[in-house]
Write a protein that binds this ligand. Structure first.
Ligand code: ATP
Ligand code: MG
Length: 572
């Protein structure tokens, strides 16, 4: 490609509404342009990167015999009614009507459509297992689109779906997918980790997320310092080896005026925050269909811990979605926000760490008062000890090896053993070995193809711009161009002719090369090429040619080298 024939949409200034390094750099380097909140145009420079990521993803999907197809973005509402997700999906699902008043959605994901295909096309167990994938646009009406293409409303996803006669076959394909994902992210040169993830309300059998480690990530990942345990904090089990000691203090109500938080109370009483307990009241699973269930339940945590809502939602007595009691609802049952005791007339679920407390401080069920010297059994009863908190740095690792350390991650992939949720709802079965219909097992596997690019930049950039990772195989570089040649124009110089010659040589070797023949000052070109992150830059000048040398700079390393043509060509 010749730069004079290509749009360089680079910007000197950082756009006001770009919020993190990657989104700023993607706009400044001319990879993307914002059209509206969460909607981006992929400019020619950016599309080159996207296509290169897609190529690697495709190759690895093909390597595990996943078959590419392409499903429409627009999906009929009936399928979503059939699966139950028309009601369940929430506001991220963009629903609309066509001119005949029929319901449609813009696909945020494609389980319904692929299951419809499978139920129509698959007849026999002999056709299984089978895996399909597509690389395609998704629409999710995200509540807070941000970080550029990282959390966009319209984005590119690779989504794959597998169908199986039994769980064992699903587990095998799941492992193949896991390995293919690991190869994809390795080839992309990303620093990533596969972590155990929550299977959520779908209740599948297993799930892993692939995270690129970066401080700007939206997810917290818990790692063990000693083993390869890694899990999303949403899921990571919080263990507690502390033993509860016998009471030594008498139960006493003390004044804590205007101190509704554990922090304020601990400071006032001059005790560690970990010696306090906080009680959260949430709605119970009581309903017309379930009149015996409690209207409210209490969740007790140590003052220095935070509630893990995903874990709490799984308590049999909890309302789904987890819903905190309002101040008015608390008043109705005689409780005062900020001063709730652990001694309550309702089911009380105590986190493991809070259950190990003795002589602790809790609310007194009296405004502006707390109780010291609280002890379980003697002063308050609980219903059950449960794991309902988020793990914190220094917690014991659940596998017994080392302690937890928490890092930030950007989720770039997610694999999931779904089980039969969709195949059951949509009645997707084939004839099994015994000649009877068998409902299929299903897996689904997503990769945020466009998010990967933002994540890669987040992980690797400097003050001058983007740095694309140097992969083991240079064909895997996702840089829009791998090499740039800059001729230094001067009168009576053969630099331009020599640069053109080198350009043709590299092109003939299959190198993704850019000849920067723009009518610009060298300084402008260098700044652009660094901003875009072209990994290798060669300057061809009259002066250096006189000594048969070319100036070479590696973007990631930075220093200049004078190389002969042979030395230069040996690099690529
Ligand atoms: P998140 O927790 O980040 O919202 P998710 O659990 O909703 O992700 P999945 O439904 O598993 O995501 O989608 C598969 C992949 O698609 C994710 O791993 C992520 O890389 C990507 N993805 C999801 N939402 C977005 C988005 N709004 N913009 C860009 N990529 C996205
Ligand atoms: Mg999401």
């Amino acid at each position: 490609m010749k730069a004079s024939q290509f749009i360089f949409a680079t910007l000197k200034e950082t756009p006001n509404d770009a919020d993190i390094a990657s989104s700023q750099l993607m706009v400044r380097a001319g990879l993307i342009r914002k059209l509206a909140s969460g909607l981006y145009v992929w400019m020619p420079m950016g599309l080159r990167v996207l296509k290169r990521v897609e190529r690697i993803v495709r190759e690895e999907m093909e390597s595990i015999h996943s078959q590419e197809l392409l499903m429409p973005v627009t999906q009929p509402g009936e399928l979503w009614h059939e699966s139950g997700r028309w009601e369940d999906y929430g506001a991220e699902l963009l629903r609309f009507k066509d001119r005949h008043s029929r319901d449609f959605v813009l696909g945020p994901t494609h389980e319904e459509v692929i299951t419809d295909i499978a139920r129509n096309e698959l007849k026999s167990y002999k056709q299984l297992p089978i895996t399909f994938y597509q690389i395609q646009t998704k629409f999710r009406d995200e509540i807070r689109p941000r970080f550029g293409v990282m959390r966009a409303r319209e984005f590119t996803m690779k989504d794959a779906y597998s169908f199986h006669i039994d769980k064992e076959s699903l587990a095998t394909t799941y492992q193949d997918m896991y390995d293919a994902y690991s190869r994809i992210f390795t080839r992309l040169g990303l620093n990533f980790r596969a972590v155990q993830a929550d299977t959520g309300s779908i209740g599948g059998f297993a799930s892993h997320e692939f995270h690129v480690l970066a401080d700007s990530g939206e997810d917290d990942i818990a790692f063990s310092t000693e083993s390869d345990f890694a899990a999303n904090v949403e899921l990571a089990e919080a263990v507690c080896h502390d033993e509860r000691l016998a009471p030594t203090q008498a139960r006493t109500d003390v004044d804590t005026p205007d101190m509704p938080t554990c922090e304020a109370v601990a400071k006032h009483l001059n005790i560690p925050l970990s010696q306090t307990a906080k009680t959260l009241i949430v709605k119970g699973s009581h309903s017309q269909d379930n009149p015996e269930a409690p209207k409210f339940i209490a969740l007790v945590l140590r003052g220095d811990h935070t509630l893990n809502e995903i874990k709490a939602e799984k308590l049999a007595d909890a309302h789904i979605p987890l819903t905190m009691a309002t101040e008015d609802e608390l008043k109705d049952i005689g409780l005062i926000k900020g001063y709730i005791s652990v001694d309550l007339d309702m089911p009380v679920y105590v986190d493991r760490a809070a259950a190990a407390l003795s002589d602790f401080v809790s609310g007194a069920n009296i405004e502006h008062k707390h109780t010291t010297g609280m002890n379980w059994d003697r002063d308050a009863k609980f219903t059950q000890i449960v794991d309902i908190r988020n793990v914190v740095d220094g917690d014991p690792s659940p596998d017994g090896k080392g302690v937890i350390s928490i890092k930030r991650g950007i989720e770039v992939g997610h694999i999931f053993q779904l089980g039969d949720k969709y195949s059951k709802a949509l009645n997707c079965s084939v004839l099994g070995k015994e000649g009877k219909p068998v409902t299929l097992m299903m897996g689904c596997y997503g990769i945020g193809v466009s998010r990967i690019i933002a994540a890669a930049i987040e992980q690797n950039h400097d003050d001058n711009g983007i740095i694309w990772a140097e992969p083991q195989d240079k064909a895997d570089s996702i840089a829009p161009f791998y090499v740039a040649i800059v001729p230094m124009k001067s009168k009576d110089s053969n630099a331009e002719a020599k640069a053109e010659e080198l350009y043709q040589t590299l092109k003939s070797r299959g190198i993704n090369v850019l000849l920067d023949d723009r009518d610009e000052r060298a300084g402008v070109k260098f700044a652009d090429l660094e901003l875009i992150g072209i990994p290798h830059r060669i300057v061809v000048s009259q002066r250096n040619l006189a000594e048969n040398k070319y100036e070479y700079v590696n973007r990631a390393i930075g220093d200049k080298q004078m190389l002969s043509l042979d030395e230069l060509l040996a690099l690529f």
